[in-house]
Ligand binder design. Sequence first.
Ligand code: SAH
Length: 193
Amino acid sequence: MRLRHLAMELSKLPPHPQHDVTLEQYATEGDFAARWIAEIIARGDLDDTTRVVDLGAGNGILGIGCYLAGSASTLLVEVDPNCQHVYEGVDWFIGDVQDWSGENVDLVIMNPPWGAQIPKADRPFLQTSFGSTAKVIYLLHSSHSTHLAPLAESMNWTGEVVLRGIFRIPALYTHHESQNGETEVSVWRFERR
Ligand code: SAH
């Protein structure tokens, strides 16, 4: 599927409800998701044998993008049941990330809470994915965070930033009611050491 076509398909998904401040629901936009997935394919990490899990899936934009790009299977893990919608070909696990088994996965993709509202809210996502059967993990996080590489190292993973971008943060989170904020984000790629 062409990049533009993928971006268009992903932009048509039901929008993330983004109603719960404590869950840090910053949604990825279609263009950025498509660029990210193109990067994953270019690196040889996604083909028709790859089992994908999207943690903190929201409307499923990242996992569904991998599915449209031809993954073998896709599971969307999300705690907020308001995010769930029917999308043929992908499965949902509605529950906390820590209750997902971590099994039957080759690639984890995620844009989890960054821990800006509730300190360390990203840790269960990192620990669960580093402890899973995945061979490779893609993670979007604030470019300001400094804990990711050391945490990965401590769990015998190694990572590098493979993509950067600008994210729009909904007014709900910026404490300026009329204004959307912007922040720099980095996409990390982790593999086992
Ligand atoms: N991946 C989507 C959504 C990112 S926002 C995107 O990129 O657009 C982070 C998501 O993580 C939110 O939808 C939020 O509801 C979910 N989330 C927060 N804490 C969670 C937890 N403990 N377990 C599972 N999902 C969680």
